[in-house]
Write a protein that binds this ligand. Structure first.
Ligand code: FES
Ligand code: FE
Length: 415
């Protein structure tokens, strides 16, 4: 039986409320299907508008097999291209980020304009037409300061995400922020384990002493139910909405993205050991309220976010292999906030640097144990792991029709 059918069979035989069967977390062929059917087809968060402010500024990102470059063109538009030279395929931009008036391939110096057009190619034969060899574009959109790309030939409509999410993001003016610090860690675990861990705080009390000083472990914000009747959430939403900040749960029908604003513990306003702001200058001049808690916003499969009053922490998940995942964290502050004056970098990054490392260890131990032949799917806690159940249901519901698209596959295996 081929992998596609095996995956389909396991999804259809799956016990609700239980973790997935082993191959979903370990099998390289299952991983290939995840990449083909989800990662190479859907909108993926790659970085922020504020990272490429000037014309010619660019950053690169690797999505599975695809090297991509994001660049701000001369008109101020953000563009994405396949980072593969149209001469013989070399990577054109070979560094993580930079600024360049043109994109010059280091191999034979074919030179591209910021809109991808090929400008120069030395000593090619008569009749060679530069217009035939521009960099291949990749679909690219930005919403609220977040840049997304989609590798599909016909990307899904991005507008519903923008419509739902921009009102949450815009007051925080992340397009005008700056990245104070970023880190990338590689977790030795499947990307779905990274997400499962993120979507619950059942593990928080036992693992995250720093985060638990300010972030509530109660499941109201990680789950999908219960918040609407929680008096603390209702009071928090009312307070934030009075200050012009959309706060109530917004979730799309497929369950792929969601936003809500959750209060922090007691009088905390930021993820610091004291609960006090890490940055003296507020993230956004248009937010005129204190104690706004954290805007929790995710978009499967690439990003979850915490937007606070004084800074924002954004996360990007990119799979490397069946059992390795890169997690990039960025700390965004007001563009005029000065390190050493408005914030101390060690203090700003302490809680989430520790939390990320704790989560990395948890995910790696989870992955280790799942490799055991004795592993079998186990039950999620209904009270604490509603968010994990929601993630796994999104995943299975999302990939199942795509697996079934190859109907001849299914027929072949039955025959
Ligand atoms: Fe890029 Fe030759 S491969 S110039
Ligand atoms: Fe955690």
């Amino acid at each position: 039986m081929d992998t596609r059918n095996e995956m389909l069979r396991l999804i259809r035989a799956r016990r609700d409320g239980f973790s997935l069967e082993q191959p979903f977390y370990t099998d390289p062929d299952f991983f290939k299907l995840d990449m083909e059917l989800i990662w190479y087809r859907d909108w993926l968060f790659v970085g922020h508008d504020c990272e490429i402010v000037k014309p010619g500024s660019f950053f690169t990102v690797q999505i599975g097999s695809y090297p991509i470059v994001l660049v701000r063109d001369r008109e101020g538009r953000i563009r994405a291209f396949h980072n593969s030279c149209r001469h013989r395929g070399s990577r054109v931009c070979t560094v993580d980020k930079g600024v360049s008036a043109r994109l010059v391939c280091p191999y034979h110096q074919w030179t591209y304009d910021l809109d991808g057009k090929l400008l120069f190619a030395r000593q090619m034969a008569e009749g060679f037409d530069r217009n035939d060899y521009g960099l291949k574009p990749v679909a690219c959109e930005s919403a609220g300061g977040y840049i997304f790309v989609c590798l599909a030939d016909q990307p899904a409509d991005f507008a519903p995400f923008r419509r739902m999410m921009e009102p949450y993001f815009l007051p925080h003016r992340l397009t005008e922020a700056k990245v104070a610090f970023e880190s990338t860690i590689v977790e030795k675990g499947n990307w779905k384990l990274v997400w499962e861990n993120n979507r619950e705080c059942y593990h928080c009390a036992g693992n995250h002493p720093e985060l638990c000083k300010t972030f509530p472990e109660a499941p109201i914000a990680t789950g999908v139910n219960g918040a609407e009747s929680d008096p603390e959430m209702l009071a928090h939403w009312a307070r934030c909405e009075a200050a012009g900040l959309p706060s109530r749960f917004a979730i799309d029908t497929a369950g792929q993205y969601r936003a809500t604003r959750a209060p922090l513990l007691r009088d905390s306003v930021s993820y610091t050991m004291s609960g006090k702001p890490a940055v003296a200058r507020k993230l956004s001049d248009s937010v005129n309220a204190d104690r706004i808690g954290s805007l929790l916003l995710y978009h499967y499969p690439t990003t979850w976010n915490h937007v606070l009053g004084d800074h924002a922490i954004t996360f990007r998940v990119l799979p490397i292999s069946a059992d390795e995942t890169a997690v990039t964290t960025k700390w965004l502050v007001h563009k005029d906030a000065v390190e050493g004056v408005d914030y101390d970098l060690a203090e700003l990054t302490h809680v989430w640097t520790e939390t990320n490392d704790q989560d990395r260890r948890i995910v790696e131990e989870n992955a280790f144990g799942i490799k055991s032949p004795a592993y079998e799917p186990g039950p999620y806690s209904e009270e604490h792991e509603g968010g994990v159940t929601q993630f796994v249901e999104w995943y299975t519901n999302f990939i199942e029709p795509r697996l079934a698209e190859g109907e001849p596959h299914a027929l072949r295996s039955v025959a």
